[in-house]
Design a protein around this ligand. Structure first.
Ligand SMILES: Cc1cc2nc3c(=O)[nH]c(=O)nc-3n(C[C@H](O)[C@H](O)[C@H](O)COP(=O)(O)O)c2cc1C
Ligand SMILES: C=C(O[C@@H]1CC(C(=O)O)=C[C@@H](OP(=O)(O)O)[C@H]1O)C(=O)O
Length: 392
């Protein structure tokens, strides 16, 4: 499976093409739209989300809500394009009238300056902003929604929530106090910040409100859990076959993500090996399993069969309504950075995006390992493989 996205934030359309999804997978726009809505509805986002109602059109590769095995094209319209039609017109020549709202004072932390230098966008850094914007993640979530449908067919469930926002975090035992991933999902999806308790949610909302009052921005940490992956996906044999490495790349590839760990590795820095390794147990019913899951579901770049636990650190949003120092690219004089309409925090949306990026990488690993022409044949093979793993 591979995919590509295209689209500018205020351009007419966002597009994705996915290749390699098996034939016979049931998928509808409603399946995808419910994930797109989750990405939009997080506490702390700005005015743009009030303009957009992200809905997908399935253009190719699906017939009567079942995949054909051919490339799938997905499309989401940018409703805000109406407000930018002349400025972002793909096929009109530049004129003084449509060459307005230029960005000349790059925002520290955004892609503006380096993107401008790299692509020689000397006349207007908007040419960088439009694609570097996290608007593009709408299509990654759409692709991830297809991946999640595929994973559900083989009993793999993936969910992302907010672990920390600024100084506020879930209680250390919050996750273990839930019975299963469905309960974690029910709780976090019922709360505007996607925290794991109403109390923490209220504290996070208060931080976001105060940050907004201060005209500042705030970051945090998201966590993604995946259950049901069999042992032995990915490989230790080469660096580029390690599945944890692929997930790490996918997470840090999301806008504003600066770090990733597995199984709370950041917290293990000060611990000894005897406190961290997951002891190996065996039972007739389960085959091999682990006493703990400190490795977050990976050893040697392969799934262990335990729950996959991935965390990602999201930096504060770069655009500040009280801007920091910058330099005008036209005359090299010092100025405050440009202000563009902006979110106060992206962490609540980032949890959903990270969930979908993990789903994409897990789906790719499954499709790499098993015959992926048809979903039923894939399921048969996964069942046989699970039996082999259990009997080892
Ligand atoms: C869901 C989401 C929303 C974001 N919204 C904004 C925003 O409103 N303003 C902004 O300056 N950056 C925003 N960002 C962050 C920038 O897209 C990101 O910092 C920029 O592309 C530079 O990339 P980097 O931070 O990965 O280095 C958002 C990120 C995400 C994931
Ligand atoms: C549009 C989305 O996020 C955008 C990501 C973003 C950025 O710089 O990354 C800047 C803002 O764009 P705008 O100026 O149009 O409000 C966000 O709203 C979205 O997530 O759908």
């Amino acid at each position: 499976m591979q995919y590509m996205t295209a689209g500018e934030s205020h351009g007419p359309e966002e597009v994705a093409i996915i290749e390699g999804i098996p034939a016979g997978l049931a998928i509808s726009s409603a399946d995808i739209n419910q994930e797109l809505a989750r990405r939009q509805h997080g506490y702390g986002r700005g005015e743009r989300q009030k303009i957009e109602t992200d809905t997908v059109s399935i253009l190719t590769g699906v017939r009567h809500q079942v995949t054909l095995g051919s490339p799938i094209t997905l499309n989401v319209h940018n409703d805000d394009h109406n407000n930018w039609a002349a400025i972002m017109a793909p096929d009109e020549p530049a004129t003084p009238e449509n060459s307005v709202r230029k960005v000349m004072r790059p925002r520290p932390g955004h892609a503006d300056l380096v993107g401008g230098i790299k692509y020689r966008h000397q006349a207007d850094l908007r040419n960088v902003l439009e694609r570097s914007s996290a608007r593009e993640t709408v299509m990654r979530v759409a692709v991830g929604a297809v991946a999640k449908k595929l994973l559900a067919e083989i009993g793999v469930d993936v969910h992302g929530f907010v672990q920390q926002l600024g100084p506020v975090k879930n209680a250390a035992d919050a996750l273990t106090s839930f019975q299963d991933l469905a309960a974690v999902r029910a709780m976090s999806e019922s709360l505007p910040t996607r925290a794991l308790s109403a109390e923490v949610d209220q504290q996070m909302q208060a931080v976001i409100d105060e940050t907004k009052r201060q005209r500042d921005t705030v970051g945090g940490m998201v966590q993604v859990i995946a259950t049901g992956m069999p042992a032995g996906l990915g490989s230790y044999v080469s660096a580029d076959t390690k599945l944890d490495a692929k997930i790490a790349r996918a997470i840090v590839g999301i806008n504003a993500f600066k770090a990733v760990d597995f199984g709370a590795a950041f917290d293990h820095v000060q611990l000894f090996g005897s406190e961290v390794m997951d002891e190996i147990l065996w039972s007739e019913a389960q085959g091999f399993y682990r006493a703990t899951d400190n490795m977050g579901g990976f050893e040697g770049g392969m799934t262990t069969g335990e729950m996959i636990i991935v965390r990602g650190v999201v930096k504060p949003i770069p655009t500040l309504y009280q801007p920091m120092r910058s330099v005008d690219i036209d005359n090299h004089t010092e100025h405050k950075a440009s202000i563009e309409r902006s979110d106060t925090t992206a962490v609540t949306a980032a949890a959903v995006i990270a969930e979908h990026m993990v789903a994409i990488e897990l789906a790719k690993a499954v499709l790499d390992k098993f015959d992926s022409d048809n979903i039923e044949r894939l399921k048969e093979q996964v069942t046989i493989y699970r039996q082999e793993v259990q009997a080892f």
